[in-house]
Design a protein around this ligand. Structure first.
Ligand SMILES: [Zn+2]
Length: 177
């Protein structure tokens, strides 16, 4: 169990974003591997704001921390998506995704996919990562030389980690919308 520095809520370690201090600024440690004292923060802009005010006042703005945290989460997510694809836990193609039964996993929908198509692919058992990546970014992560509008990742193997990061990324982005 860990406690958020921003709001004092207690939860499982993997629900928080870990930061370490680096050159006077909070550096997001998305993979939770950097040495040194860590700060745990909810994936929420208000918690980032409180955290920065308490620990890094006048050194960095909460908006800047938010921006580079989203960037770090996105990069790590795409890295995990690439690994997931290599280990065979991804499903590509709208028809293939539609044919899946009730399964646990993450559905990634590109920014440029139509709302109608998105609705057809969604299921309640999925974590949905929507409006975060372009179809070009998804295509590149899967090493396809084409754009990909939708990909499903099973909640197995590396797909578990991907879901954990996807959840934090979506929560953090939604907290500013
Ligand atoms: Zn919090």
């Amino acid at each position: 169990m860990r406690t958020c520095v921003g709001c004092k809520v207690k939860d499982e370690t993997d629900k928080f974003i870990r930061y370490v201090e680096f050159e006077g600024k909070p550096l997001p440690d998305i993979a939770r591997k950097l040495p040194g004292r860590g700060f745990n923060i909810c994936p929420n802009f208000n918690c980032i704001k409180n955290f920065v005010k308490k620990r890094f006042k006048n050194k960095v703005s909460p908006e800047e921390v938010y921006e580079y945290t989203v960037k770090a989460l996105k990069d790590y997510f795409l890295h995990l998506l690439s690994l997931s694809h290599k280990t065979g836990v991804t499903v590509i193609g709208q028809d293939n995704i539609k044919r899946l039964g009730e399964r646990e996993g993450t559905l990634i929908l590109a920014l440029d996919l139509s709302e109608k198509t998105k609705k057809r692919l969604m299921k309640s058992s999925y974590l949905i990562v929507d409006n975060v990546f372009t179809s070009l970014e998804i295509g590149n992560a899967l090493r396809k030389d084409r754009t990909i509008g939708a990909v499903f990742v099973e909640r197995a193997g590396i797909g578990r980690k991907l879901r954990e990061i996807g959840e934090k990324l979506q929560k953090l982005i939604n907290s500013r919308r």
